[in-house]
Design a protein around this ligand. Structure first.
Ligand SMILES: Cc1cc2nc3c(=O)[nH]c(=O)nc-3n(C[C@H](O)[C@H](O)[C@H](O)COP(=O)(O)OP(=O)(O)OC[C@H]3O[C@@H](n4cnc5c(N)ncnc54)[C@H](O)[C@@H]3O)c2cc1C
Ligand SMILES: *[C@@H]1O[C@H](CO)[C@@H](O)[C@H](O)[C@H]1NC(C)=O
Ligand SMILES: *[C@@H]1O[C@H](CO)[C@@H](O)[C@H](O)[C@H]1NC(C)=O
Ligand SMILES: *[C@@H]1O[C@H](CO)[C@@H](O)[C@H](O)[C@H]1NC(C)=O
Ligand SMILES: *[C@@H]1O[C@H](CO)[C@@H](O)[C@H](O)[C@H]1NC(C)=O
Ligand SMILES: *[C@@H]1O[C@H](CO)[C@@H](O)[C@H](O)[C@H]1NC(C)=O
Length: 512
């Protein structure tokens, strides 16, 4: 029998234990000849919430298989700073996006933060802002207001287009049609702020679906459409944002229900069940498998499926996009920059070190000397290919341009994480391109042979990209899989054999 290392959920201690094996009697239902009834691949938000859901349904015969040495997935912090001045910052998700309005529906991530006393703070993204260009301070905040109005107008028109059953187009087309295409670098910087950054698409307007961007925004931020609120809270808890998921797991998860440091290589499936093989050749068998790996991991082909996934599933996986969002942290001896929460820098090149956030602010970490700049999309990939020192040099050139009359010193600490290069993620989160259709989304979350289940932020129709998207997808998958485990009937999730056009292309029927 193989021994697999199990580190612990909250990092209290590490120990070794055996995986459930042929001889291990299982607590629920009848004795199984498999390692578990359900294998949950991935211990991020979706995986942990799926496990919790099974547990609530009385099903404890599951095993979470996770490559890293802790739970939380993309929820990852980093300790930055010189000795005596160190802070926990978030290299992954940082905001609870959409909070709660009155006693309306709360974002479940906010509910977890409240429950586990994870500190978060309202972040005024649109109101507390300073604007710059290459020659220093330059007030174009009126253009930001215009940009905000343009985005909501574009969202409203998207709603009309849906009603009229008009085809989806890109946000680029939407800006063109409404006469809102940026005409200069300031308008471009404000459009970047709205589209690529604040709405978190992490890609440029030509790479975004018009309709899906509008509803993704509505379902999270617009209370008329069932959204939570239009506010964003920044997590500043020094235990790390991941505490919400690790503390939640600690309430119900037993050590033998998690296998950390376990990298999945192969997933074999048949009518009989599923066999998962790890990097060290350990095999795990189960009746059902829930895969919560990032879309990027599935796209890249890190996991071999045997037999290969059906074409409708492959098409869905390869048609959504994994975008990249990069936060570059800097610490200085002392703050010399803006006293607002946010700043925009307009450059001749759209997306070149454009969004600045001050953590050395009374609401966050006053006196920390911390500031960070965010880049996204293709620019993220560009800097991932560069050395840290070269990126730092570019960032400093921009900062010195923003402060022509200040002697800007070099930073005392500098850090960014390369999300696209990380084989466990291969990007930061999914984004919906204009060529992706609702049928593709249905196929992304559909089951294969009622054995393979899929969940994670990318499978969420309404909240793709967000933590709460991962949460709701984990919840739903847990509920559906529980029905299958309980039996007698397992319906699985439906798929479309092919996603087709509403009206055929005329030339296709012309025979030569
Ligand atoms: C930089 C950044 C900023 C973000 N900002 C926000 C934000 O402010 N607000 C917000 O709501 N969302 C934000 N997000 C998105 C949010 O992080 C995700 O939506 C969410 O964490 C996804 O959870 P998940 O469970 O679907 O996937 P994951 O967290 O990716 O979980 C999947 C797990 O599978 C594991 N895994 C992968 N491959 C293997 C393998 N071969 N074998 C074993 N295990 C494997 C991974 O280690 C991981 O733990 C951000 C993401 C990033 C990266
Ligand atoms: C994340 O934060 C915790 C708590 O402050 C810390 O112990 C841990 O080292 C941090 N992780 C990294 C990678 O810095
Ligand atoms: C929510 O608030 C409204 C108005 O404040 C109140 O009328 C209603 O009873 C509340 N609902 C719940 C479930 O508390
Ligand atoms: C920098 O100083 C020059 C000369 O004193 C002044 O004209 C300019 O406005 C200053 N620029 C900024 C951004 O403060
Ligand atoms: C932008 O809009 C906000 C909120 O409506 C308003 O308070 C602010 O004065 C506006 N700013 C500019 C420069 O027009
Ligand atoms: C988004 O919300 C706005 C305002 O509530 C609404 O007019 C529009 O139809 C919605 N768009 C979509 C695509 O749901």
């Amino acid at each position: 029998m193989r021994q697999v290392h199990l580190a612990v959920l909250l990092g209290f201690a590490a120990f070794t234990t055996a995986l459930p094996s042929l001889s291990t009697p299982h607590s629920n239902n009848h004795r199984s000849t498999k390692n578990a009834k359900v294998l949950i691949l991935g211990g991020g938000v979706a995986g942990v919430i799926a496990a919790r859901t099974l547990h609530h349904k009385g099903i404890d015969d599951f095993l979470i298989v996770e490559a890293r040495d802790e739970l939380g997935g993309r929820m990852q912090n980093y300790t930055i700073g010189v000795p005596g001045k160190q802070y926990t910052v978030e290299v992954g998700p940082n905001w609870i996006q959409g909070t709660q309005t009155g006693n309306g529906t709360a974002n479940p991530i906010l509910t977890l933060a409240r429950k586990h006393h994870v500190k978060n703070q309202y972040n005024d993204l649109d109101g507390s802002i300073t604007t710059y260009d290459y020659n220093g301070l330059k007030d174009y905040r009126d253009l930001l207001n215009t940009s905000i109005d343009q985005f909501s107008q574009i969202g409203a028109i998207a709603g009309e287009r849906v009603k009229m059953q008009q085809v989806d187009l890109s946000l680029q087309s939407a800006y063109g049609i409404t006469g809102a295409t940026p005409k200069n670098m300031y308008e471009a910087a404000c459009q970047y702020y709205e589209v690529d950054w604040v709405r978190e698409y992490a890609q440029s307007p030509d790479q975004n679906s018009w309709i899906a961007s509008a509803w993704n925004n509505n379902f999270t931020f617009d209370t008329d459409m069932g959204g939570f609120s239009d506010e964003n809270n920044l997590c500043i808890d020094q235990r790390g944002f991941k505490t919400i998921i690790q503390a939640e797991a600690a309430e119900f998860l037993l050590p033998q229900q998690v296998s950390l440091n376990s990298v999945v290589k192969t997933i074999a499936y048949s009518g009989d069940g599923v066999t998962v093989t790890l990097e060290d050749d350990t095999t795990l068998t189960a009746d059902y498998m829930l895969c919560t790996f990032s879309l990027g991991v599935l796209q890249y082909g890190d996991i071999a499926f045997k037999p290969t996934l059906p074409s409708w599933k492959m098409e869905a996986i390869q048609s959504m996009v994994m975008a990249t969002y990069t936060k570059i942290f800097l610490q200085f001896e002392e703050r010399f920059w803006f006293d607002t929460e946010m700043a925009i820098y307009a450059d001749m090149e759209r997306g070149r070190y454009p969004i600045w956030q001050s953590l050395d602010h009374v609401k966050f970490f006053p006196g920390s000397g911390l500031v960070f700049v965010t880049v996204t999309g293709d620019f993220s990939l560009r800097i991932e290919g560069m050395q840290d020192s070269d990126v730092q040099e570019e960032v400093m050139e921009v900062l010195r341009a923003m402060y022509p009359n200040t002697t800007v010193p070099d930073p005392v600490a500098f850090h960014f994480k390369r999300w696209h290069a990380d084989p466990l993620f291969r990007g930061s989160y999914s984004n919906w391109p204009p060529s992706f259709l609702p049928g593709h989304s249905e196929n992304l979350r559909a089951t294969v042979d009622k054995r393979l289940w899929f969940a994670g932020e990318a499978t969420s129709l309404k909240y793709f990209g967000f933590l709460h998207g991962a949460y709701y997808e984990g919840l739903n998958a847990g509920e559906e899989i529980a029905k299958c485990v309980e039996g007698p009937v397992c319906t699985g999730r439906q798929h479309l054999n092919s996603v087709i056009d509403a009206s055929p292309y005329p030339f296709v029927s012309i025979t030569p």
